[in-house]
Design a protein around this ligand. Structure first.
Ligand code: SD4
Length: 338
């Protein structure tokens, strides 16, 4: 009776949100439903972008099973495509900028909202490890360029040439026309973003990329920017992006997906709404026929979702029930639309 009266009073004040209602009425049907969903989904759950997410998930899962922390599991997981020269959009073997330089962006975030990030980093194969070091060993959240490299070297990293022969050839070929028309996210090899909910129900995420191929020297995309390429609020959920960084930064993409989940949208609905918003904001950008964005999201209950602007995006999901597998992502446009 007391709870009911308190609830009516709050509604009358007109300031009450759905989550407040749930908090007030612990016994309400909705609160029970949320608790039930949460209980039903066996954790951990890992979701990553693209096919290279499969190997990354595999490694992250193994690490979790061996008792590693979630952040260490993410670092080890996304470290697989970072080190793989065949993945031409992440780490070693990544396609260079228009000056032939491989420049890397990465970030990581934990359930206490601690984060670390590096951008425009050159010569260091595992930017995600450097991002974790920024989180662990500095009072800052982000280091860029030469400063990030000096920091990495001081932490014992070794400078390496990250431009493989194959990427150099691709760059030389590109130089003949030197036209900046990225084909990002349409092939199956882009930024790896990974979201994890651990057994205790805590969320974390990481993101690493060599960014858009043939970008201007010095360009930084969404991937190392907390709120754009990755965001999480441990009370609500986590989201991460892949695609044209400029469009994702302009709309604070991942942060907005999380905010929509806060308003009770499912992970799928939240991703869809932001893709829709990005589409609407860019309708008149006639110089962007290549615009693609994709989001993955995971809420506090362990439900996951995804959505992209164009077809071709997919994600890798690992949970106890179904193991590690690829899942197709629903797109706003179909292949025939572009
Ligand atoms: C960027 N979002 O640098 C990254 C690249 C990417 O699909 O995800 N490509 O803009």
């Amino acid at each position: 009776m007391f709870k009911r009266r308190k609830f009516i009073k709050k509604v009358a004040l007109g300031t009450v949100g759905v989550s407040t209602i749930l908090a007030c009425l612990d016994n309400s049907k909705e609160a029970k439903k949320v608790a039930m969903v949460s209980k039903k989904i066996k954790k951990p759950v890992i979701i990553s972008t693209w096919r290279h997410g499969l190997a990354a998930n595999e490694e992250a899962w193994k690490q979790l099973e061996n008792g590693a922390s979630t952040l260490d599991a993410i670092v080890a997981g996304v470290g697989i495509p970072e080190a793989d020269p065949k993945v031409s959009s992440v780490g070693y073997g990544g396609l260079p900028d228009r000056e032939g330089k491989v420049t890397l962006d990465a970030c990581i975030m934990d359930h206490h909202s601690n984060c670390g990030s590096v951008a425009f980093l050159q010569g260091i194969k595992h930017p995600i490890v450097v991002a974790k070091k920024v989180l662990d060993n500095t009072p800052h959240t982000m280091l860029v360029g030469e400063g990030a490299k000096q920091f990495a070297l001081s932490e014992g990293f070794v400078e390496e040439n990250l431009l493989t022969e194959k990427s150099k050839q691709a760059w030389r070929k590109w130089l003949k026309k030197s036209k900046y028309t990225p084909v990002i996210n349409i092939e199956n090899h882009d930024t790896i973003s990974m979201l994890v909910i651990d057994e205790a129900g805590n969320l974390s995420g990481g993101c690493t990329t060599s960014g858009a191929a043939w970008k201007m020297h010095g360009r930084v995309g969404d991937s190392p920017i907390i709120g754009a390429g990755l965001f999480l609020d441990n009370d609500v959920g986590a989201a991460a992006a892949t695609g044209l960084g400029e469009a994702i930064i302009r709309t604070a993409g991942s942060a907005m997906v999380v905010e929509l989940m806060r308003q009770e949208k499912s992970p799928n609905e939240a991703c869809k709404e932001i893709v829709e918003r990005i589409y609407n904001k860019h309708k008149n950008h006639k110089d962007m026929p290549y615009l693609q964005v994709g989001f993955i999201a995971l809420n506090k209950q362990g439900e996951y979702g995804s959505y992209s602007l164009r077809g071709g995006f997919n994600c890798a999901v690992y949970d106890k029930e179904k193991g590690n597998r690829m899942e197709k992502v629903t797109a706003r446009m179909t292949r025939k639309d572009f």
